[in-house]
Design a protein around this ligand. Structure first.
Ligand SMILES: Cc1ncc(COP(=O)(O)O)c(C=O)c1O
Length: 390
């Protein structure tokens, strides 16, 4: 799953972010490195002369992507499908699971809509949706929330659909424990891992999730419009959302496409999106997954941890609250604001200081990666000092 342990230094030089910008918003959308941008241009050039695109190319990069993604989350490559978005991946899951009246689905409080709407439709036949909320306190919030999740999973639970890291504030969920609990009642564990995979380790040999859904454009630092779905044994022989020709057995032979095939291609390729072989997106995606794999996800998370460590205590000393480090990511975390803070003023000062992050209600969401450096965290600390009137 993971490559060599190494201490990373800041990789800002590999990106084209303006030097004066403090971009702390990878949870919204990561920037593209020069390497990924160049791959995009190379993909455009190939499409400029389609004579360079052979039938083999409709398969080669797709399989390369399956292999690269499979290594990042430690699964078999033939269980990886190519998808356009998280919602597509979750809808495929929902279309292939069943539940009866009286049974329930467990979701998290304020979960991202792509992992909620499919379940609301799924549950319209009397299946209950149980939404697990965090405690109404900042003390041991992450730890207690995790306990509540284990308690919410009961003998009637058929699906637990959740993230690894919560998108609003980086709360970390112990998926190994939750997976054990789900398996003990026979429930499927479905993970939207877009806010963690690429920057936080995900080892499915340990978690044993039934489906892991990730889009490429956040912590995998790649293009928009392409992503990956791992589907476990529950989905063998499942039905895809769309019947596309590339997902059928023997589609490699373009001269026989009208010898229509009822059988699907082997493995999770049956669930691939139509139009998966986009030469521009795929070339960029290969470059982005290659880049993340070379740096190593563990190393990226450690880099973020080293970067924020000198600042988190100082921010808390000012009166802001940050979750205990065992229950949040270092690449994505919330800073909860004290009651007396003027949110409008905070937003203005952030803007004046070229700091880009997400402000959500009574918290700000900080998300970083290997292109961030101490100057970004320093600028943030200074703005928080001004906002608090220090
Ligand atoms: C947790 C989470 N899931 C999914 C998405 C994106 O969903 P989709 O790929 O369906 O657009 C986001 C985007 O912010 C997100 O934060």
């Amino acid at each position: 799953m993971e490559n060599q342990k190494k201490l990373l230094t800041c990789q800002k030089k590999l990106f084209t972010l303006p030097p004066e910008l403090h971009y702390l918003n990878s949870a919204y959308m990561s920037p593209l490195s020069k390497r990924v941008q160049e791959a995009g241009l190379a993909g455009v050039a190939v499409k400029g002369n389609p004579n360079q695109i052979s039938p083999k190319d409709f398969f080669k990069k797709s399989n390369q992507l399956r292999n690269l993604f499979a290594k990042i989350i430690n699964v078999q490559a033939n269980r990886v499908a190519l998808i356009p978005s998280v919602s597509y991946g979750i809808n495929t899951v929902a279309a292939n699971l069943k539940a009866n009246k009286g049974q329930n689905i467990v979701l998290m409080h304020e979960q991202f809509p792509s992992n909620v709407y499919p379940w609301r439709r799924f549950a319209s036949n009397g299946v209950e949706i149980k939404t697990v909320s965090p405690p109404n306190t900042n003390i041991n919030r992450g730890k207690e929330w995790n306990i509540r999740i284990l308690e919410a999973i009961d003998k009637n639970t058929v699906i637990v659909a959740m993230p690894q890291v919560h998108w609003t504030d980086g709360t970390l969920f112990d998926l190994e424990k939750i997976g054990q609990r789900a398996r003990s009642v026979g429930a499927a564990l479905i993970i939207d891992a877009i806010q963690s995979v690429g920057a936080y380790p995900f080892d499915n040999a340990k978690i044993k999730a039934d489906a892991v859904i990730v889009a490429n454009y956040k912590h995998l630092m790649g293009p928009y419009g392409i992503g990956y779905a791992y589907y476990g044994e529950r989905f063998d022989n499942g039905t895809p959302l769309e019947d596309n020709w590339l997902s059928r057995k023997g589609s490699e032979d373009f001269s026989k496409l009208i010898d229509y095939q009822d059988e699907y291609a082997s493995g999770a390729a049956r669930f691939d999106m139509g139009g998966r072989a986009n030469p521009i997106l795929q070339t960029m995606a290969v470059a982005s997954l290659g880049q993340v794999s070379e740096f190593g996800v563990d190393n990226i998370q450690n880099y973020c941890q080293q970067l924020i460590a000198p600042y988190t205590d100082k921010i808390q000393e000012l009166g802001f609250d940050i979750e205990d480090r065992n229950w949040r990511g270092a690449h994505l975390f919330g800073i909860r604001l004290p009651d007396n803070i003027d949110l409008l003023r905070l937003k203005t000062v952030l803007e004046q200081n070229n700091i880009v992050l997400s402000v959500r209600g009574d918290a700000i969401r900080v998300s970083l990666n290997i292109y961030n450096d101490a100057a970004d965290m320093h600028a943030l600390l200074n703005v928080l000092k001004v906002a608090i009137g220090n």
